[in-house]
Design a binder for this molecule. Sequence first.
Ligand SMILES: *[C@@H]1O[C@H](CO)[C@@H](O)[C@H](O)[C@H]1NC(C)=O
Ligand SMILES: *[C@@H]1O[C@H](CO)[C@@H](O)[C@H](O)[C@H]1NC(C)=O
Length: 226
Amino acid sequence: MSFRHLRNSRVSRLFLISFIFFFTYFPGLVFSAVVTLSSIEIFTTHEWLRATPTVYFRCSGDNKTLLPDVKKKHVLYVFKGEESWQPLTEFIGRKCKRCGFYEEDSILSDDIFDEWELCPSDFTAPDGNYVHFKEKEFNATLLCPECLPFTNVTISAPEDNHKEKGMHTGVIILLTILVSTVVVVGAVGGYKYWQKRKREQDQARFLKLFEEGDDLEDELGLGTMI
Ligand SMILES: *[C@@H]1O[C@H](CO)[C@@H](O)[C@H](O)[C@H]1NC(C)=O
Ligand SMILES: *[C@@H]1O[C@H](CO)[C@@H](O)[C@H](O)[C@H]1NC(C)=O
């Protein structure tokens, strides 16, 4: 195996190890969790022309999630989380999403039950429940058990900041180690290559010197004298 090959495989192994390290110690960066609806009760409907409302949930950037069962006011609809239209949405990373419950309107723009920022840290122990209640509109319970490990570390703001700071420091340290390793490996490789080239050049010059020496001998006729 040539040195170049060796160096490449070493570098790629280093990257692999770094990535594993990275995602093991900073899972917040690849956090993903689904949110399901566990119950909803609506207190009103906005549509006068149709007898039954068409209620849906949507987060900005996502598709509509129609709630086909929700047709009557003041009825508590309870779901298992496995219905065909579940889940409601999915969090990628720690970022909140702007979501809401809406009602389709046949003439005007759709009516809003409520629209708010839904965050992974809203879901509380022990089950990862989150109740969103709006007076005279609806009461809904959302479920996200996968959000819980995330919630636990974001209980208070100072702790949150501390964690984030720790994470940034971790990332900086990791990047520094990575970059310096690559630089060192590159420098060592470069130096070895330069040494090899120099040795070859020296050898070539040495040989040339010999040849020239021979020529000189011939020219002076020293060969015949000996
Ligand atoms: C929205 O629905 C379309 C068609 O069903 C699908 O191709 C697309 O991936 C969906 N987008 C999201 C964000 O789920
Ligand atoms: C909303 O629904 C939840 C779950 O069904 C219930 O525990 C809570 O008391 C309700 N809140 C209101 C204000 O109705």
